[in-house]
Design a protein around this ligand. Structure first.
Ligand code: H53
Length: 888
């Protein structure tokens, strides 16, 4: 990653930011900043962190200048903006990306070389900005990169968490969670905006539609400039910090109650303190809803304030100036908040406000996992946000009334009405103060069936048949697990309140229309779209894999592919070229060596670099099926042990690397981590297997690890049960870096197969359309356990890898399908998985063919650039046009 030798030469000045001031001025700037931040220009006397801060400050000066120019220009032009509302932005490190995106790689590389500084050491001195869990948060970061690169007026809005994603350590092979204290050395990439603040209310009462919050905090803005590539556009990520309204309670202090004196501060700061470490898993904590409302309200207030400054009360114009994209259900309280701001604060009538809201908002769904689709108890929202609960209730009522006029629904309602006389309408929801402990809110377990509708008990009031016919469209629903408890289905609220709803891969966008949003799709098919995810080819190919990037640039005769990834298809003609293959292979080997060195540094394990590098890095989750991978590793180990020396020599040596974090309360996921480390301990110390098999768990997997792992990988695993992974995005990054994929026909794997050629992937497993049938029916009588599966599972059960008791329930969870176990179908997919793995081994022996395919992956990955995704959002949902800053 040394930028001393930049992978791509961007001519200085070509993007309006790159310096033309010459090396001497740049050197001066670096030295001055070293003095400012580290009190010395004697580099030898400074540690890497000091040097990093000095260099980062000098880069920041240029970044901020371009940022100010961009923002000023956009303000003057009064152009339409896209606002990306997201609870997560997984930005990773900024120094290298900023330098490279600004086209300053060459000049900085030269000067640092002169100063005797290794760029790599500087890069490693930077903390990761890990304000996200996984795919969803990293997608948001890639989107910001593309929005800026495409000159689209747009900002991200989120939370400036004081503590990001926890650091994962291994303690005796088990996951240990440590806080991510990422701001200790300051953050040179942000600009504090103490003068941009908003009040955010919670709790309290509503009287005549007027909300009087019982608690208030301040949201303070921090801007994080986002440099585009080969443009002078610098976009923005505005993050909010929560602060108390009153710094200090002097009266309490004077009375000697020192804790009470700072109580308000502590309570306020709690809101932006920690990122919830759940990725597509349980929700339900009140503080999380507080966080969601906090950043949504601050962001909407901020946009409306700027609008008002320019256009006064001309609110019908708002949809021509602003579009808000809601990233998953986390920011969907925006539907009610925008209504509240327009009605209660700006004095609009309901209908006018609703028309504006529905034109301004759009919603992306990222999962069909029931536990990640937020459903907040009415009592929780009613207590925390009483006015919003009223608004949601009214939205629900009006929405269902409007359906009665729809022909499709009309038939159902009339039929229902005929079968019984209508009852008087149900009483309005009275949300105030309904629960004492809000933190008792629900959590759902993976894979649990949604409860069936119960018959009313004797003496119990029967439901109005019209209401019953409309119930499936209800935003406010009955909790299937707890009778009498009402929930707000946030995804339904978002669907009703948005102009567009999209899934994140072709198959996923179809599945949501057939399953979770079926009834909504039936009555408003025009809202539903697909936007297949993408990743930025800057960070995920050009900057993280400089050697490959240089070879691609050389082959294609230029670096235009970096912002027009479709040009990567030009590599196809080199796929059979033996010389090119040799160069390609040499780079892969060098990247494997770099990865092995990093693994040595972080785990102490020494790995050979000739074996096949087989990698699965992602959050640990049952649906992602790391377990399937591990069972096949156990089987491979068994086979090698049982083989004669001659047979052993025929095995294709493999290094199996698994990395990922488990949500702290996710019991089974934690066991899967321990199973990986336990298998590693056994296998890696067994002389019988020697270099034929190595298994390593990569601790604390994060963005900076990924930037080294992905370029060094040869095979990557994307093996979720079909229909469960909405898209996946690491599959795209691996493909870009010429890594072959073993995977199911799930998420974006399907589209990767289309682009790369299905025959070039190792595809296996049950198709998505068969999965539900399996779960509902076939599982009950299925007994065809593959004997190899049984052997592998018994090895775990029998304690071959130690920790026998600890693994018992993990083993039980996939043991007897007829009892309802193995929800994610590990056993039924095992046989086909081993077949695909055998194909992998066979192909690896033919290095020319393997390399040919590897080239074809990169060549076919252009579609998965987030530039393509963002163009589609901009054209088909946002209606936002590029607005490049004219060169002065
Ligand atoms: O979002 C990614 C998808 C991936 C999906 C992930 C995701 C989260 O990381 C968190 C919550 C959630 O609902 C979904 O699991 O398949 O690629 C980006 O769309």
């Amino acid at each position: 990653r040394a930028i001393a030798e930049p992978p791509v030469k961007t001519a200085p000045g070509s993007n309006g930011v790159a310096t033309s001031e010459g090396d001497s001025k740049l050197k001066e700037s670096i030295l001055q900043n070293l003095l400012n931040t580290g009190s010395s220009t004697h580099i030898e006397a400074l540690d890497a962190k000091d040097v990093y801060r000095g260099v980062a400050q000098s880069v920041r000066e240029k970044l901020v200048a371009a940022f100010n120019r961009t923002q000023e220009y956009w303000r003057e032009e009064d152009t339409k903006f896209i606002y990306y509302l997201s609870a997560e932005f997984l930005m990773g490190r900024s120094l290298l990306n900023t330098v490279q995106n600004l086209g300053l790689g060459g000049p900085y590389g030269e000067v640092l070389k002169e100063l005797g500084v290794k760029m790599e050491a500087l890069v490693d001195a930077e903390q990761n900005a890990a304000l996200g869990n996984g795919g969803l948060g990293r997608l948001a970061a890639c989107f910001l990169d593309s929005i800026a690169t495409l000159d689209l007026p747009g900002w991200g809005y989120g939370i400036r968490y004081k503590y990001g994603m926890f650091k994962q350590a291994l303690k005796g092979g088990y996951q240990d969670e440590l806080p991510d204290i990422w701001l200790t050395n300051g953050n040179p990439w942000e600009i504090a905006r103490p003068n941009i603040t908003y009040r955010i209310g919670f709790y309290g009462t509503v009287d005549q539609f007027q909300w009087s919050p019982a608690e208030e905090v301040i949201a303070k803005a921090y801007d994080n400039p986002i440099p585009g590539f080969q443009t002078s556009t610098v976009g923005n990520l505005r993050l909010w910090e929560a602060l108390p309204l009153h710094e200090f309670d002097l009266a309490a202090f004077n009375k000697g109650d020192y804790v009470q004196a700072v109580e308000e501060r502590r309570k306020a700061e709690d809101i932006s303190a920690v990122l919830y470490p759940n990725d597509a898993t349980e929700y339900g904590k009140e503080l999380r809803l507080k966080q969601q409302y906090f950043f949504v309200s601050a962001s909407l207030q901020d946009v409306l304030a700027r609008f008002r400054e320019r256009h006064g009360a001309n609110w019908p114009l708002l949809p021509e100036k602003a579009c808000f994209q809601m990233n998953d259900t986390h920011p969907t309280i925006a539907v009610a908040e925008l209504m509240r701001l327009l009605i209660d604060c700006e004095g609009l009538g309901w209908d006018a406000a609703w028309a504006i809201t529905q034109k301004c908002l759009a919603f992306t769904n990222h999962t069909v996992m029931p536990e990640a689709l937020e459903k907040w108890p009415v009592a929780v929202i009613g207590k925390l946000l009483p006015r919003h609960m009223e608004i949601i209730d009214k939205i629900d009522t009006i929405w269902k009334d409007s359906l009665k006029e729809q022909e499709k629904v009309l038939g159902q309602v009339e039929a229902a009405a005929k079968s019984a006389p209508p009852k008087p309408p149900k009483a309005e929801i009275k949300p105030k103060g309904a629960v004492e402990s809000l933190t008792d809110a629900l959590t759902f377990k993976a894979g649990e069936p949604s409860g069936g509708k119960e018959e009313p008990e004797e003496g119990e009031e029967e439901e109005d048949p019209v209401e019953a016919a409309l119930a499936k469209y209800s935003i406010i629903t009955e909790n299937p697990w707890e009778k009498g408890v009402k929930l707000v289905n946030m995804a339904y609220l978002a669907v009703v309140g948005s102009k567009a709803v999209n899934g994140v891969a072709a198959i996923h966008s179809e599945i949501i229309k057939d399953t979770i949003f079926k009834d909504f799709y039936d009555v408003m098919p025009h809202k539903f779209q697909n936007k297949t995810n993408g990743v930025t080819p800057r960070r995920w190919l050009a900057w993280c894999n400089p050697a490959l990037a240089a070879l691609i640039t050389e082959a294609l005769g230029g670096d235009e592919w970096i912002n027009d990834a479709t040009r990567l298809s030009g590599l196809r003609k080199f796929a059979d070229d033996k010389d090119f293959q040799a160069k390609w292979r040499a780079i892969k080997l060098a990247n494997k060596e770099r990865l092995a060195a990093k693994i040595k540094e972080r785990t102490g394990v020494t790995l050979p670099t000739t074996p096949l590098y087989d990698i699965q890095i992602k959050r640990i989750h049952e649906y992602k099926r790391q377990y399937l991978n591990l069972l096949s590793v156990a089987w491979r180990y068994h086979q090698i042990k049982a083989a004669t020396p001659l047979e052993r020599s025929k095995f294709v040596p493999r290094v199996v690397l698994i990395g990922g974090k488990a949500a702290s309360a996710y019991y089974m996921a934690k066991k899967i981590i321990r199973l990986t480390t336990a298998i590693g301990e056994t296998v890696n110390s067994d002389p019988d297997v020697s270099d034929l098999l190595k298994v390593v768990f990569l601790p604390d997997y994060n963005v900076d690890w990924a930037e080294v792992i992905i370029p060094g990988s040869e095979l990557s695993q994307h093996i979720s049960t079909a229909g469960t992974e909405a898209s996946g995005t690491s599959n795209m990054k691996f493909a870009m870096n010429g890594c072959l994929i073993i995977g199911t026909m799930d998420g974006a794997n399907i589209e990767i197969a289309e682009e790369v050629g299905k025959e070039n992937l190792f595809v296996f497993g049950m198709p998505a359309e068969d999965v539900q049938g399996w779960r509902d029916g076939k599982r009950a009588e299925w007994k065809d356990y593959d004997p190899r599966f049984t052997t592998a599972l018994n090895m775990i059960k029998d304690g071959v890898f130690g920790d026998k008791e600890y693994f018992q329930d993990l083993a039980d969870s996939i043991s007897d399908m007829s009892k309802g176990n193995d929800w994610f179908l590990v056993a039924p997919d095992f046989t086909d998985y081993l077949r695909a793995q055998a194909e992998v081994d066979k192909l690896y022996l033919d290095q020319d063919e393997w390399t040919r395919r590897s080239i074809l992956y990169t060549a076919g990955s252009g579609f998965f650039s987030s530039d393509r995704t963002i163009k589609q959002y901009a054209d088909e949902i946002w209606d936002v046009k590029p607005m490049p800053v004219p060169s002065s």
